[in-house]
Design a protein around this ligand. Sequence first.
Ligand SMILES: [Fe+2]
Length: 525
Amino acid sequence: MTVAAVRRADFLMALAYATDLATGHSRDFALRSCVLAMRFAEVAGLDESMRRKIYHQALLRYIGCNADTHLLAAAWGDEITLRRELHHIDMGNREEFVAIFVRAITRKLPGASPDELAKAVERGLAEGPQVNIPILSGHCEVAQRIAERIGLPEEIRENLGQIYERWDGKGLPRGLKGDAVKFPVRVVTLAQDAIALIDHLGFDALKAKIAERAGGAYETELAELFLAHCEALVKGLDGPVDRETILALEPLPHAMLDEAECEEAYLAIADMIDMRMPFTFGHSRAVAALATAAGKRAGLPAADIRAVRWAAYTHDIGELAIPVSTWMRAGALTERETDAAHLHPYHGERALSPLGGDGKSVAALVLRHHERLDGTGYHRYAKASDLSPAARILAAAEAFQTGREARPYRPALSDGAAASKLRGAVREGKLCPEAVEAVLASAGQPARRDSAERLSGLTPREIEVLRLIAAGHTAKEAARQLDIAPKTADNHIQSLYSKIGVATRAAAALYALERGLVQAGMSAA
Ligand SMILES: [Fe+2]
């Protein structure tokens, strides 16, 4: 069954939600800035082509900003807080910029003496361009590549290559000036700064700040047009914006994605999430490959296999809300960090649930990817009855893949050790045995020897006898096949009947079938 076509704008909103989290922006920041920029386009009488560029620039401006975040975190500490503090300042104003920088260094080096701090600030300012310019260039390039993968044309992508450039030439990484900065970039920079100023300083201070920056960050003509219509432009934009508003604003024709294009869009999101830190590189693709193969092995319907693959691509989208500096630190998370980390499935569900097509199923799986059968997972403490076979497979695939990847606070487990850990979680009642075995078999792990617990404490010989009698052999035939005395085979049968709580061969056969001990077509000769 193919999935219904999905509005590409829905994917843009999912990406916008995720990048708002990663960049420390307020709720619906990109969506609000899109509304503002499109209102501005209306006031300025811009044509459909320009409006299309502005619409996409507003929603996608920061989609490349996950690249190399670990370098940013290594240089500056908590990068989300730093980004939040930078939003409302004039980046071309050295005094304002240095003040934020000093605050970041002070946060990064708690307990440092004033002398040590002064040296760190001096060094940071001297090395700043060397560190930041390649990172910001990378953000632009990655944004353009992601945009290409979700099918956006060059005329839209080229604007994402200038996201940090300014009218006065004080932007980065190329210091483009005046008309060399493309018009949609200039409009969206002004609109997004306005939303950040509303968030930080309120409506009253907005006009003064925009006027102050006219001729600097923004060309005077644009700033004047904005100020002339300011009240109408920003009306109601201090609160959330709904999905329908953004869908309605998309210039015609509305772009639709078919199943293959959705696959690529979900995959682009996977790569965007994983490129934040070197140790998660390729993680979501690997989880998806395992979950897809396990889903097939477990006989899930095609629609469920597709949903679990797309959920695997995007399962950690909500992790963008947690600073990279948190993950890069060796040692345990604080309680507050743990609480924040445990909410990432919630953010993931929120980012994805508005998606059409299979979006709701995908979001429901993402929401549950850290839940456990015994209610010890997070963040909803769901129980077995709330966890579908697909959800169980995703949880097992995620746990196995994460186990065999290194993290700054622990080395990678070998595949065998990761498999043992998963089977341990099965014994503890946390993970589903069938899902775990399907994942491990898909990863090329040898099938487990059925544990005594799963088979009610049966010995290996009793299991062999059970397999044979379940397949229709008599006790005598089983004894012959196993090269044991008939009396011994009888004893094994009585013992295993007692252990599994049955009284007849038929019930024992059903027990064996339920546990996968009897293969299809296996029968007595
Ligand atoms: Fe996760």
